[in-house]
Structures are given as C-alpha cells and as structure tokens.
Design a protein around this ligand. Structure first.
Ligand code: UTP
Length: 410
C-alpha cells in the first residue's frame, strides 16, 4: 500500500462522512497526477460549510443606532484631523484592500481592480484607490502599509498587474499581498460540484475571513513589527472612498470605540446597502435583502427614517480588538449563483441561471462582535461611487459621473 492509496481510503472516508462521494465519480479515469490533485484538494477542503437551509436564524431586537453626522464632524474636523494625522505619522494606521471577490456582476474575467474607468486616458480601479491613499501619504509625509487580499483565482493576475504598473507610484515595500480561503460550491441539494473531473468547484469564501487570512498569510507579523494599531479595511469597488482618512481615524480614536464605520445617508428606502443599527443593544448591520417593512418604514418622532444609514464597506478596526475575536466563527451566508461544472456524464455545463449555492462569511457580521462602533457619516457625492455593474445603478457609468464631479480627469 503506498501513500496515494492510503489517501484514497481516507478521502473515501471523509467524503462518505459528509455525503460527497460523487466527487470521486471520475477518479478511475484520471491519470495519477490528476488523481493526486483531486485527493489533495479533498484533503484540504472543509465540507462542513455546505448546507441547504437558507434561513440564517432569528435576529435579536433591532433599534436605531446613534450616527455622527456630517455637521457634527465638521464642527470638530480640525481636532479629529490633528489626532488622525498624528496616529498616521506614528505609523499606527495601515490599510487593507479586499480584492478577493469574483466581481461577477461586472462581468470581466480579470480582477475587478484592473478595470479601466478612463475615457481619454487609462485609469484603472486599483489606480484610483492608490491615488486616494497617496493623498494621505502626501499630507502626512508618511508611508502607509497596504495589505491586499486576493483569492487563488486572481492572485497572480493582481500581483502581475501591480508590478507591470509600477505599483502606480506607491512604494512596493509597503504593499503586501495575501490570499483568502476558498469554499466548495454545491447544487441545491448540497452536493458539491466538480469544476473538472479532477477539480472540486470552489469560490472565494466571502470577505468575512480577511483577518484570519491575514494571520495565515503571515501579515500579522508585519502588523506587530511595525506597531500598527488600526486597520482601515475597504472594498475594491468604491473608487471615491477616502482611505486612512485622518478625520475618520481621529474621530474613531477619540470615540473610544473598537471600530468605526463610514456610512452614507440612503438615497432611497430600497437602496441596496446594508443598514446599520443596534441588535440587542450592540452595533449590527442588516443586509438590504433582510430589511423588513417595519424597519423600512420606522420613523423618529421628527419624521426622519430611523434606519437611514448604509455601510460603505470602509471600516476602521482597532487591532487589539480584532485579536480578541480572531477565533470566533461568523454566521454563514448562503448565496445562490451560477456554477459552471461537469455533470454526471462528464459534460461541461455553463449555466445561464443560478444552479446552486456558494457559502460566505461577511465582514459586516464582525461589527456585532465588537464593543462599540462609531457610525461616521460621509457625503455620498464625494465618497461613494461603488462599481458593481457595467451600467445603471452602482456602475461604471455612475462612478464616472461622480469621479468627474470630484475633479478626476477621465
Ligand atoms: P461584493 O459583495 O461586491 O462581491 O464584494 P464580489 O464577489 O466582488 O462581486 P459580485 O457579487 O460577484 O459581482 C465586496 C467586496 O468584498 C470583496 C470584493 O473584492 C469587494 O471588495 N470580497 C468579496 C472579497 O475580498 N472576497 C470575497 O470572497 C468576496
């Protein structure tokens, strides 16, 4: 008996225990190299995430949360700015770019950050973000460490692109890439798909695992060695967002909260953003697709909507607090999606409508685990231009208009 046979037995046991034996359907047809590839993937995959029960469980009592509004921020702007700049100059602030997503809605195979939003010149999404962070390195005179999360699917392309573009003038010593985990994708009955006869179908496991992936990728040594105390985590698609914004840093530090969240006033009750609130007295976010009519219609005595602020996926976390929750598991979200796969006859299938589930944890669920959240309002015209789609709402088109409005030459 050699190692491979042992591993095959083990794989059979593992798959029988989680009812996924279909993954070995084509095993006997494969050459030894591909057999080994499949076996090692079976070994490495956590099948316990797979489920078909979409009900994510009852929520606690939802009440409105205090928001620090723009006018209040403006009154204390200088004070916040000076505290924030001093944190940045002490090297206490770093940034984390979440770029592991598939960006399926944009419909490009390349990493989303490689999308060119320029019209008369090249201007890539990554470049917009680097330009935004450079505003702060210039103002503070200090370099800021930037951690970039990728996935197995886009890591090489992302790193290659940064190199090719000379990091858009950012100091490469301050850019660190790390790879997030993948999760298996299944059909509606919870059977994991094969992407190839020798390859399990997987997709990035959501943006909730960013901090544990940083730990796995050795990034926390850099955090520790450099005395980094705050991590400003942001999404790849909001080309207008301020990164390591000194006013936000100063306000969050002075608030004493574990985390700050940049929020916008919703454009309409149905805008597709997660709404910030309290749940059983702790900060929490309700995703737009979970919003109840009751929440949508709730009003304060003065007539203002009670749940009127959406998160922009720009959070400032205190590292100490992240370390305290690192082992805790986040709720799992089940997302329906189109999953290309090999059917039982060995044919490649490219579905044109959703045919199964992927399993994700979300960064927004981390907020509920932390003590206190500063809800920090920003002006959406100047800080919120997410690119999710090609056209329409939250699109390349709408972001271009907003970039122009803010004086960015396209
Ligand atoms: P989205 O929720 O927009 O998902 O991600 P997505 O996968 O990029 O896009 P669609 O839904 O397929 O069109 C919000 C942010 O979280 C990151 C994304 O890169 C984006 O910055 N993200 C998402 C990850 O880093 N990893 C993931 O597994 C998912």
């Amino acid at each position: 008996i050699n190692g491979v046979h042992m591993l095959l037995d083990e794989a059979i046991n593992k798959l029988e225990a989680c009812k996924q034996k279909q993954l070995l359907r084509f095993y006997n047809e494969l050459d030894p190299e591909k057999q080994n590839m499949l076996l090692s993937q079976i070994e490495a995959t956590d099948f316990s995430v797979v489920r078909t029960d979409k009900d994510s469980g009852a929520r606690g009592a939802i009440t409105p949360i205090d928001v620090t509004g723009i006018s209040e921020i403006n009154l204390r702007r200088n004070e916040f700015m000076s505290v924030g700049l001093s944190e940045i100059r002490s090297g206490h602030v770093a940034a984390v770019l979440l770029a592991g997503g598939m960006g399926t809605r944009l419909g490009s195979d390349a990493p989303k950050g490689m999308y060119n939003v320029g019209i008369t010149r090249d201007l890539y999404i990554f470049e917009c973000l680097i330009n935004n962070i450079k505003d702060v390195t210039k103002a503070s005179g200090n370099s800021i460490h930037l951690f970039v999360m990728t996935s197995d699917r886009n890591n090489d392309a992302t790193i290659g692109f940064f190199k090719e573009k000379n990091y858009f003038g950012y100091d490469p010593d301050y850019v660190h890439f790390f790879i997030q985990d993948m999760a298996p994708a299944s059909d509606y009955n919870g059977k994991v798909y094969l992407e190839e006869k020798w390859k399990i179908s997987t997709s990035p496991n959501g943006n909730g695992g960013w901090y544990s992936s940083m730990a796995k990728g050795g990034m926390l040594d850099i955090v520790k060695d450099n005395g980094i105390e705050w991590l400003n985590v942001f999404s790849v698609d909001n080309v207008l967002q301020r990164i390591a914004d000194p006013v936000f840093v100063g306000a969050t530090k002075l608030s004493g909260c574990s985390v700050g969240a940049k929020v916008i006033r919703k454009a309409s009750p149905d805008e597709r953003v997660g709404v910030i609130c309290l749940e059983d007295g702790r900060p929490s976010i309700v995703e737009y697709y979970e919003l109840t009519d009751e929440m949508r219609e709730a009003k304060f005595p003065n007539g203002d909507p009670a749940y009127n602020f959406g998160v922009t996926l720009n959070y400032l976390f205190r590292v100490e607090e992240l370390n305290a929750i690192i082992g805790k598991s986040l709720p799992l979200h089940i997302v329906e999606k189109k999953i290309p796969h090999i059917d039982e006859h060995g044919e490649h299938i490219e579905p044109d409508k959703p045919n199964g589930y992927k399993f994700e944890t979300l960064i927004l669920d981390m907020i509920h685990m932390l003590n206190g959240c500063l809800v920090f309002e920003v002006d959406r015209k100047h800080e919120f231009a997410p690119i999710k789609n090609r056209t329409g709402v939250d699109s390349v088109e709408s972001a271009r208009e907003l970039l122009k409005l803010n004086g960015v030459i396209l």
